[in-house]
Design a protein around this ligand. Structure first.
Ligand code: NAD
Length: 320
């Protein structure tokens, strides 16, 4: 019997990307069922019955979805992270969960530099700013996005540091960054850029104690997840340290208290993109939808994770 793959995207992929998915599945003799731009959870719950596989983006696959998905064997998240998939519930039903980290890495990395440059030049307000050359950037998590930022940082003449307990220190060194052995060690550098997935371990892990350690002009860049930063602490640090900057692609629900903390420095010391924009480029939109077979990363099947294009530096395991 032909297998059915459900493409469930509340925010649809680019048409060209969908065309590529269609042709791959056709060749494999699979049936594609499309649920694009759906309006509510009920639509998703109705669509999952009887499908063998699912392709999603930021769509939520929780217990309710899995309960209705009676035939489901695999769910593939086109994107990085797994925080929209209930991995425990998947494991209980022997459903494999995979994602495609790395496909949007360059898009996010370019945004990181966009925000750094805007902040360093005071949002081009006519006043004198500073240059990035010779400055230090430290990465919390050294996966696909962090490595893409590191590559750009090298071009800018910056010095990189990285903390990632899942990557051997000599591998980090080999990639041209200085390994750091504790999270706190990252906060000795002017820029700290967050590239960890949202897990119990990383949730609210960026707190006042760490942020207050940062040198003068310390800047935190967050393109990971809003929940990684302790919200109340961040507001307090923005209030008490007039030199500190927060450059963020993953804004919290209510940005007003943050804006109030910096007053007319919003857009310079504090940047929030209008909505999560890191992966929003034509290229990333296309890449994420068509990662090659064997390059995807399975959470619970013992595949390596890390940068799929750079398997040497990835680690076996499924801590996430
Ligand atoms: P990735 O899986 O390639 O890298 C994540 C890295 O974090 C891995 O190297 C892993 O070893 C490391 N890590 C895990 N737990 C850690 C911990 N407790 N301490 C230190 N390191 C830890 O993923 P990626 O593609 O680099 O993306 C990173 C995160 O960025 C994603 O999980 C996602 O939340 C976010 N992201 C956001 C956007 C956006 O649009 N803003 C786009 C892509 C990714």
């Amino acid at each position: 019997k032909a297998r059915t793959v459900l493409l469930a995207t509340e925010k649809a992929f680019a048409a060209a990307a969908v065309g590529k998915i269609e042709s791959v599945l056709k060749e494999a003799n699979y049936t594609l069922k499309k649920l694009e731009n759906y309006k509510g959870k009920d639509d998703l719950l109705a669509a999952v019955a009887g499908v063998d596989a699912m392709i999603i983006r930021s769509d939520i696959v929780d217990q309710a979805v899995l309960d209705k998905a009676d035939k489901l064997k695999i769910v593939v998240r086109a994107g990085a992270g797994y925080d929209n998939i209930d991995l425990k519930a998947c494991e209980a039903k022997s459903v494999t969960a995979m994602n495609t980290p790395g496909q949007n890495a360059n898009a996010v990395a370019e945004l990181v530099f966009g925000m750094m440059l805007v902040s360093a030049r005071n949002n081009f307000d006519g006043t004198s700013g500073f240059e990035l050359v010779n400055r230090e950037i430290a990465f919390y998590g050294f996966g696909a996005v962090a490595r893409a930022v590191h590559k750009l940082a090298q071009g800018f003449g910056m010095k990189s540091f990285a903390y990632d307990p899942y990557i051997p220190a000599d591998k980090i060194k080999e990639m041209g960054a200085e390994p750091v052995s504790t999270v706190a060690g990252l906060f000795e550098h002017q820029y700290v850029s967050l590239h960890v997935p949202l897990t119990d371990e990383t949730k609210a892990s960026i707190n006042k104690e760490l942020l207050m350690k940062m040198p003068k002009g310390g800047s935190l860049i967050n393109t990971a997840r809003t929940e990684v930063v302790h919200e109340a602490d961040m507001i307090e640090v923005l209030k008490t340290r007039p030199d500190f900057c927060y450059l963020c692609d993953v804004a919290p629900k209510d940005i007003e208290p943050f804006k109030a903390a910096v007053g007319d420095k919003y857009g310079k010391r504090l940047i929030f993109t209008k909505k999560k924009m890191g992966a929003q480029t034509a290229e990333a939109n296309d890449n994420a939808a068509r990662q090659e077979r064997d390059m995807g990363v399975a959470h619970n099947q013992g595949y390596p994770f890390g940068d799929p294009q750079n398997k040497d530096y990835s680690i076996k395991g499924s801590k996430r």
